[in-house]
Design a protein around this ligand. Sequence first.
Ligand SMILES: CC(C)(COP(=O)(O)OP(=O)(O)OC[C@H]1O[C@@H](n2cnc3c(N)ncnc32)[C@H](O)[C@@H]1OP(=O)(O)O)[C@@H](O)C(=O)NCCC(=O)NCCS
Length: 209
Amino acid sequence: MWKISQAREKGETVATSSTPSALAVAPATATAPPLALRPWLARDIPTLVAAHTDPQMRRWLLHHIDDEDQARTWLEQQERAWAEGTRHSLAIVELTDVDDPAAKADELDPVGSVSIRRLSKRLEAAEVGYWVASQARGRSIAPRAVEAAIGWATEYWATDPVKRYELIHSVGNDASCRVALKLGFELEEELPAHPLKFPDPGHLHVRPA
Ligand SMILES: CC(C)(COP(=O)(O)OP(=O)(O)OC[C@H]1O[C@@H](n2cnc3c(N)ncnc32)[C@H](O)[C@@H]1OP(=O)(O)O)[C@@H](O)C(=O)NCCC(=O)NCCS
């Protein structure tokens, strides 16, 4: 669990003064900078559109963003869902300029997305989702961002905690399966394809809260 205060306690290279809008941070690795999770902003619209042109995004995500209008609609949906408490989507930024006091999390372009959604029919469970832009893959951004998001959600829901976190990916999405296993989400069930909602069969991975 990585919140700013905890990162500071552990002496991580995270300049809190430079991340005023960050809700959570994740530590650096030996080869990659720390991460911050922050709300999505209107300035991210071009980044969202560019990220969604990647073939892997088109292959494995159920929702696609084709242009700036769709990106704007998506942002509005996330804002509404956040206000209603049904879904929390966060932009992932890499803190490459932590020594630069001018580098604020909300001024850095996102390299990915992480979301947590409390399941409406089973409130004891929450589902995580993620993507990382093609140019930023292979730096453990997804696992670190999910861990930080779970840390944030655990505090956010402290008075009404969830019991388990779930993660579903399509069978064949090996990179996502690796992310799940690295995070300690065990494979619980193989899900059949659903003709309308899920074109591919899936893996349901689960981790206790
Ligand atoms: C799945 C995804 C989020 C992983 O993000 P990431 O930050 O690259 O995660 P990691 O760095 O931990 O890499 C995970 C796996 O991706 C593969 N990978 C590594 N480098 C890669 C690269 N440069 N490009 C593509 N895949 C790579 C490896 O199999 C790696 O597993 P390993 O660490 O055991 O070798 C990312 O590939 C992605 O966004 N894919 C398209 C959208 C998607 O599938 N979202 C998930 C839907 S359930």
